[in-house]
Design a protein around this ligand. Structure first.
Ligand code: PBG
Length: 327
Protein backbone atom coordinates (compact mmCIF):
# COMPACT_ATOMS: atom_id res chain seq x y z
CA UNK A 1 0.00 0.00 0.00
CA UNK A 2 1.44 3.38 -1.01
CA UNK A 3 1.66 6.21 1.48
CA UNK A 4 -1.18 8.78 1.26
CA UNK A 5 -0.50 11.46 -1.35
CA UNK A 6 -1.30 14.20 1.08
CA UNK A 7 1.63 15.26 3.24
CA UNK A 8 0.83 18.44 5.11
CA UNK A 9 4.40 18.72 6.34
CA UNK A 10 5.51 19.61 2.76
CA UNK A 11 4.41 23.21 3.26
CA UNK A 12 6.22 23.47 6.60
CA UNK A 13 9.62 22.63 5.22
CA UNK A 14 11.31 26.04 5.04
CA UNK A 15 10.98 29.47 6.58
CA UNK A 16 10.21 31.03 3.21
CA UNK A 17 7.44 28.55 2.50
CA UNK A 18 5.95 28.89 5.99
CA UNK A 19 6.04 32.67 5.69
CA UNK A 20 4.29 32.39 2.32
CA UNK A 21 1.38 30.18 3.36
CA UNK A 22 0.78 31.82 6.76
CA UNK A 23 -2.93 32.61 7.15
CA UNK A 24 -2.84 35.20 9.91
CA UNK A 25 -0.43 38.09 10.32
CA UNK A 26 -0.71 40.70 13.08
CA UNK A 27 0.26 44.16 11.90
CA UNK A 28 0.92 47.22 14.03
CA UNK A 29 -1.95 48.84 12.10
CA UNK A 30 -4.29 46.45 13.96
CA UNK A 31 -3.22 47.53 17.45
CA UNK A 32 -4.53 50.11 19.91
CA UNK A 33 -2.58 51.02 23.06
CA UNK A 34 -4.60 51.97 26.18
CA UNK A 35 -3.17 54.82 28.29
CA UNK A 36 -4.11 56.33 31.65
CA UNK A 37 -4.03 60.08 32.20
CA UNK A 38 -4.17 61.90 35.54
CA UNK A 39 -3.84 65.50 36.72
CA UNK A 40 -0.51 67.15 37.51
CA UNK A 41 2.79 67.76 35.80
CA UNK A 42 5.66 65.39 35.31
CA UNK A 43 3.70 62.56 36.99
CA UNK A 44 4.55 58.99 36.09
CA UNK A 45 2.95 56.64 38.67
CA UNK A 46 3.74 53.00 38.02
CA UNK A 47 0.73 50.67 38.04
CA UNK A 48 2.08 47.86 40.18
CA UNK A 49 -0.15 45.11 38.78
CA UNK A 50 0.62 46.11 35.17
CA UNK A 51 4.42 46.32 34.83
CA UNK A 52 5.50 48.90 32.24
CA UNK A 53 2.22 50.84 32.46
CA UNK A 54 1.81 54.17 34.23
CA UNK A 55 -0.69 56.82 35.21
CA UNK A 56 0.72 59.79 33.30
CA UNK A 57 0.12 63.52 33.56
CA UNK A 58 -0.82 65.23 30.28
CA UNK A 59 2.73 66.43 29.53
CA UNK A 60 4.23 62.95 29.85
CA UNK A 61 1.27 61.36 28.10
CA UNK A 62 2.01 63.47 25.02
CA UNK A 63 5.64 62.30 25.12
CA UNK A 64 4.49 58.69 25.44
CA UNK A 65 2.23 59.13 22.40
CA UNK A 66 5.13 60.52 20.37
CA UNK A 67 7.21 57.46 21.22
CA UNK A 68 4.35 55.12 20.31
CA UNK A 69 3.80 56.81 16.95
CA UNK A 70 7.55 56.69 16.22
CA UNK A 71 7.43 52.94 16.94
CA UNK A 72 4.46 52.41 14.62
CA UNK A 73 1.58 52.35 17.14
CA UNK A 74 -0.69 55.07 15.76
CA UNK A 75 -3.85 54.65 17.84
CA UNK A 76 -4.33 55.13 21.57
CA UNK A 77 -7.33 54.58 23.86
CA UNK A 78 -7.57 57.04 26.74
CA UNK A 79 -8.80 56.52 30.30
CA UNK A 80 -8.90 59.34 32.84
CA UNK A 81 -8.29 59.51 36.56
CA UNK A 82 -9.95 62.80 37.60
CA UNK A 83 -9.01 65.22 40.38
CA UNK A 84 -12.44 64.80 41.99
CA UNK A 85 -15.38 62.47 41.53
CA UNK A 86 -19.13 62.99 41.94
CA UNK A 87 -22.24 60.89 42.22
CA UNK A 88 -23.14 60.97 38.51
CA UNK A 89 -19.80 61.38 36.74
CA UNK A 90 -20.40 64.99 35.70
CA UNK A 91 -16.65 65.67 36.06
CA UNK A 92 -16.22 63.70 32.85
CA UNK A 93 -18.63 65.90 30.87
CA UNK A 94 -16.77 69.21 31.05
CA UNK A 95 -14.42 70.89 28.59
CA UNK A 96 -11.50 70.88 31.03
CA UNK A 97 -12.03 67.26 32.10
CA UNK A 98 -8.81 65.29 32.35
CA UNK A 99 -9.32 63.28 29.14
CA UNK A 100 -10.52 66.37 27.25
CA UNK A 101 -7.29 68.16 28.26
CA UNK A 102 -5.26 65.16 27.19
CA UNK A 103 -6.92 64.93 23.78
CA UNK A 104 -6.37 68.62 23.08
CA UNK A 105 -2.70 68.39 24.07
CA UNK A 106 -2.11 65.29 21.94
CA UNK A 107 -3.87 66.81 18.94
CA UNK A 108 -1.93 70.06 19.34
CA UNK A 109 1.41 68.33 19.20
CA UNK A 110 1.00 65.20 17.08
CA UNK A 111 -0.47 65.01 13.57
CA UNK A 112 -0.49 61.37 12.63
CA UNK A 113 -2.23 59.84 15.63
CA UNK A 114 -5.76 58.59 16.24
CA UNK A 115 -7.33 59.02 19.66
CA UNK A 116 -10.11 56.75 20.84
CA UNK A 117 -12.00 58.07 23.88
CA UNK A 118 -13.44 55.51 26.27
CA UNK A 119 -16.86 56.69 27.43
CA UNK A 120 -17.95 55.48 30.86
CA UNK A 121 -18.71 56.83 34.31
CA UNK A 122 -16.93 54.35 36.57
CA UNK A 123 -13.67 56.32 36.79
CA UNK A 124 -15.63 59.49 37.60
CA UNK A 125 -18.25 58.41 40.15
CA UNK A 126 -17.71 58.36 43.91
CA UNK A 127 -19.24 54.86 44.10
CA UNK A 128 -17.27 53.43 41.15
CA UNK A 129 -20.30 52.19 39.21
CA UNK A 130 -20.75 52.97 35.53
CA UNK A 131 -23.78 55.23 35.97
CA UNK A 132 -26.27 56.98 38.19
CA UNK A 133 -27.42 54.89 41.15
CA UNK A 134 -31.13 54.65 41.97
CA UNK A 135 -32.32 52.15 44.59
CA UNK A 136 -28.93 50.45 44.78
CA UNK A 137 -28.55 49.77 41.05
CA UNK A 138 -27.37 51.68 38.00
CA UNK A 139 -30.34 53.44 36.39
CA UNK A 140 -30.15 52.79 32.66
CA UNK A 141 -31.92 55.77 31.13
CA UNK A 142 -30.58 58.42 33.50
CA UNK A 143 -27.08 57.12 32.77
CA UNK A 144 -27.65 57.56 29.02
CA UNK A 145 -27.76 61.31 29.62
CA UNK A 146 -24.31 61.53 31.27
CA UNK A 147 -22.88 59.23 28.60
CA UNK A 148 -24.33 61.47 25.90
CA UNK A 149 -22.88 64.62 27.49
CA UNK A 150 -19.50 62.98 28.01
CA UNK A 151 -19.43 61.82 24.37
CA UNK A 152 -20.17 65.26 22.94
CA UNK A 153 -17.58 66.85 25.21
CA UNK A 154 -14.91 64.33 24.13
CA UNK A 155 -15.81 64.88 20.47
CA UNK A 156 -15.50 68.65 20.99
CA UNK A 157 -12.04 68.08 22.47
CA UNK A 158 -11.02 66.28 19.28
CA UNK A 159 -11.59 62.55 19.90
CA UNK A 160 -11.45 60.61 16.63
CA UNK A 161 -13.58 57.68 17.83
CA UNK A 162 -16.09 57.44 20.69
CA UNK A 163 -16.02 54.12 22.55
CA UNK A 164 -18.79 53.54 25.12
CA UNK A 165 -17.86 50.80 27.62
CA UNK A 166 -20.70 51.07 30.15
CA UNK A 167 -23.08 48.35 28.81
CA UNK A 168 -26.28 50.38 29.27
CA UNK A 169 -29.10 49.47 26.88
CA UNK A 170 -29.66 51.98 24.10
CA UNK A 171 -26.49 53.98 24.63
CA UNK A 172 -25.20 53.63 21.08
CA UNK A 173 -28.44 55.04 19.71
CA UNK A 174 -28.49 57.91 22.19
CA UNK A 175 -24.82 58.77 21.64
CA UNK A 176 -25.23 58.61 17.83
CA UNK A 177 -28.20 60.96 18.14
CA UNK A 178 -26.38 63.63 20.19
CA UNK A 179 -23.17 63.37 18.16
CA UNK A 180 -25.19 63.99 15.00
CA UNK A 181 -27.16 66.85 16.58
CA UNK A 182 -23.85 68.51 17.40
CA UNK A 183 -22.42 68.08 13.92
CA UNK A 184 -20.20 65.10 14.70
CA UNK A 185 -21.89 62.79 12.18
CA UNK A 186 -18.48 61.66 10.89
CA UNK A 187 -17.18 60.41 14.24
CA UNK A 188 -17.42 56.61 14.44
CA UNK A 189 -18.72 54.73 17.48
CA UNK A 190 -16.69 51.75 18.63
CA UNK A 191 -19.08 50.01 20.97
CA UNK A 192 -17.99 47.69 23.76
CA UNK A 193 -20.95 45.56 22.66
CA UNK A 194 -20.25 42.20 24.25
CA UNK A 195 -18.52 43.15 27.46
CA UNK A 196 -18.52 40.47 30.11
CA UNK A 197 -18.61 40.83 33.91
CA UNK A 198 -15.06 39.55 34.13
CA UNK A 199 -12.46 39.01 36.83
CA UNK A 200 -9.85 39.78 34.17
CA UNK A 201 -10.43 43.53 34.72
CA UNK A 202 -8.85 43.39 38.19
CA UNK A 203 -5.55 45.18 37.43
CA UNK A 204 -7.33 47.86 35.35
CA UNK A 205 -9.42 48.86 38.33
CA UNK A 206 -6.21 49.60 40.24
CA UNK A 207 -4.89 51.49 37.22
CA UNK A 208 -8.05 53.57 36.70
CA UNK A 209 -9.08 53.70 40.37
CA UNK A 210 -12.52 52.57 39.27
CA UNK A 211 -13.46 49.55 41.39
CA UNK A 212 -17.12 49.61 42.50
CA UNK A 213 -17.47 50.50 46.21
CA UNK A 214 -20.40 48.11 46.65
CA UNK A 215 -21.75 45.13 44.74
CA UNK A 216 -20.47 44.25 41.28
CA UNK A 217 -21.25 45.00 37.62
CA UNK A 218 -23.34 41.91 36.92
CA UNK A 219 -26.59 43.82 36.40
CA UNK A 220 -25.12 45.54 33.36
CA UNK A 221 -22.12 43.56 32.09
CA UNK A 222 -22.73 40.16 30.50
CA UNK A 223 -22.67 36.74 32.12
CA UNK A 224 -19.45 34.97 31.00
CA UNK A 225 -21.52 31.85 30.32
CA UNK A 226 -23.46 33.39 27.41
CA UNK A 227 -22.67 33.71 23.73
CA UNK A 228 -26.09 33.76 22.04
CA UNK A 229 -26.69 36.90 24.07
CA UNK A 230 -23.48 38.43 22.68
CA UNK A 231 -24.94 38.17 19.19
CA UNK A 232 -28.10 39.93 20.38
CA UNK A 233 -26.07 42.72 21.98
CA UNK A 234 -24.13 43.21 18.76
CA UNK A 235 -27.19 43.12 16.54
CA UNK A 236 -28.80 45.76 18.73
CA UNK A 237 -25.72 48.01 18.64
CA UNK A 238 -25.55 47.73 14.85
CA UNK A 239 -29.19 48.72 14.54
CA UNK A 240 -28.45 51.72 16.78
CA UNK A 241 -25.54 52.77 14.56
CA UNK A 242 -22.33 51.22 15.91
CA UNK A 243 -19.50 51.31 13.35
CA UNK A 244 -17.18 48.85 15.09
CA UNK A 245 -18.17 46.35 17.77
CA UNK A 246 -16.03 44.90 20.50
CA UNK A 247 -15.79 41.64 22.37
CA UNK A 248 -14.13 41.96 25.78
CA UNK A 249 -12.12 40.27 27.30
CA UNK A 250 -10.45 38.49 24.38
CA UNK A 251 -8.74 35.26 25.36
CA UNK A 252 -11.50 33.48 27.23
CA UNK A 253 -13.94 34.66 24.54
CA UNK A 254 -12.24 33.68 21.27
CA UNK A 255 -15.28 31.55 20.46
CA UNK A 256 -17.50 34.62 20.80
CA UNK A 257 -15.23 36.62 18.48
CA UNK A 258 -15.48 33.85 15.89
CA UNK A 259 -19.28 33.65 16.15
CA UNK A 260 -19.55 37.41 15.69
CA UNK A 261 -17.20 37.25 12.70
CA UNK A 262 -19.23 34.49 11.08
CA UNK A 263 -22.54 36.23 11.73
CA UNK A 264 -21.94 39.90 10.91
CA UNK A 265 -19.95 41.52 8.15
CA UNK A 266 -18.43 44.34 10.21
CA UNK A 267 -15.10 45.33 11.78
CA UNK A 268 -14.58 43.62 15.13
CA UNK A 269 -12.33 44.80 17.94
CA UNK A 270 -11.16 42.59 20.80
CA UNK A 271 -9.82 43.90 24.10
CA UNK A 272 -6.86 41.91 25.42
CA UNK A 273 -7.57 43.18 28.94
CA UNK A 274 -5.43 43.99 31.96
CA UNK A 275 -5.69 40.60 33.68
CA UNK A 276 -4.66 38.83 30.50
CA UNK A 277 -1.66 41.16 30.25
CA UNK A 278 -0.65 40.83 33.90
CA UNK A 279 -0.73 37.02 33.87
CA UNK A 280 1.80 37.02 31.04
CA UNK A 281 3.99 39.55 32.85
CA UNK A 282 3.89 37.58 36.11
CA UNK A 283 4.78 34.30 34.44
CA UNK A 284 7.56 35.97 32.44
CA UNK A 285 8.97 37.63 35.57
CA UNK A 286 9.24 34.15 37.07
CA UNK A 287 11.05 32.85 34.01
CA UNK A 288 8.25 30.38 33.31
CA UNK A 289 7.50 31.38 29.73
CA UNK A 290 9.16 32.93 26.67
CA UNK A 291 7.46 36.32 26.87
CA UNK A 292 7.98 37.52 23.29
CA UNK A 293 6.75 34.28 21.76
CA UNK A 294 3.75 34.18 24.10
CA UNK A 295 2.77 37.76 23.20
CA UNK A 296 2.96 37.08 19.49
CA UNK A 297 1.02 33.84 19.84
CA UNK A 298 -1.70 35.51 21.93
CA UNK A 299 -2.17 38.42 19.52
CA UNK A 300 -2.14 36.08 16.54
CA UNK A 301 -4.79 33.89 18.15
CA UNK A 302 -7.06 36.87 18.74
CA UNK A 303 -6.73 37.91 15.10
CA UNK A 304 -7.17 34.33 13.86
CA UNK A 305 -10.39 34.11 15.88
CA UNK A 306 -11.72 36.98 13.78
CA UNK A 307 -10.71 40.28 15.38
CA UNK A 308 -9.68 43.04 12.98
CA UNK A 309 -8.53 45.36 15.75
CA UNK A 310 -6.80 44.41 19.01
CA UNK A 311 -6.64 46.70 22.03
CA UNK A 312 -3.61 45.56 24.00
CA UNK A 313 -1.11 46.73 26.61
CA UNK A 314 1.40 44.54 24.74
CA UNK A 315 1.32 46.94 21.75
CA UNK A 316 4.74 48.58 22.35
CA UNK A 317 6.40 45.23 22.99
CA UNK A 318 4.78 43.77 19.87
CA UNK A 319 6.26 46.68 17.91
CA UNK A 320 9.67 45.80 19.33
CA UNK A 321 9.18 42.10 18.54
CA UNK A 322 8.29 42.80 14.91
CA UNK A 323 11.22 45.17 14.57
CA UNK A 324 13.61 42.56 15.92
CA UNK A 325 12.26 39.98 13.46
CA UNK A 326 12.96 42.27 10.53
CA UNK A 327 16.61 42.77 11.48
C1 PBG B 1 -14.97 50.51 32.20
C2 PBG B 1 -13.82 49.76 31.64
C3 PBG B 1 -13.18 48.67 32.22
C4 PBG B 1 -12.17 48.31 31.34
C5 PBG B 1 -12.21 49.16 30.26
N1 PBG B 1 -13.27 50.05 30.46
C6 PBG B 1 -13.34 47.99 33.52
C7 PBG B 1 -14.61 47.64 34.09
O1 PBG B 1 -15.60 47.43 33.39
O2 PBG B 1 -14.62 47.55 35.30
C8 PBG B 1 -11.24 47.16 31.56
C9 PBG B 1 -10.01 47.13 30.76
C10 PBG B 1 -8.98 46.19 31.23
O3 PBG B 1 -9.17 45.38 32.16
O4 PBG B 1 -7.88 46.26 30.65
N2 PBG B 1 -14.92 51.84 31.97
Amino acid sequence: MSFPETRLRRLRKTVILRDMVRETVVSLDDLIMPLFVRPGKNVRNPISSMPGNFQLSVDLLVEECKTLVADGIRTVLLFGIPETKDEHGYVACVADGIVQQAIRAIKDEIDDIMVVADVCNCEYTTHGHCGTIVDGDVHNDLTLETLAKQSVSLAEAGADIIAPSDMMDGRVGRIREVLDENGFYNIPILSYSAKYASAFYGPFREAAESAPKFGNRSTYQMDPANSNEALREIEEDLIEGADIVMVKPALSYLDVIRRVKDTFNIPIAAYNVSGEFSMVKAAAANGWIDEDRIIKEILTSIKRAGADIIITYHAPQMAAILKKEKQ
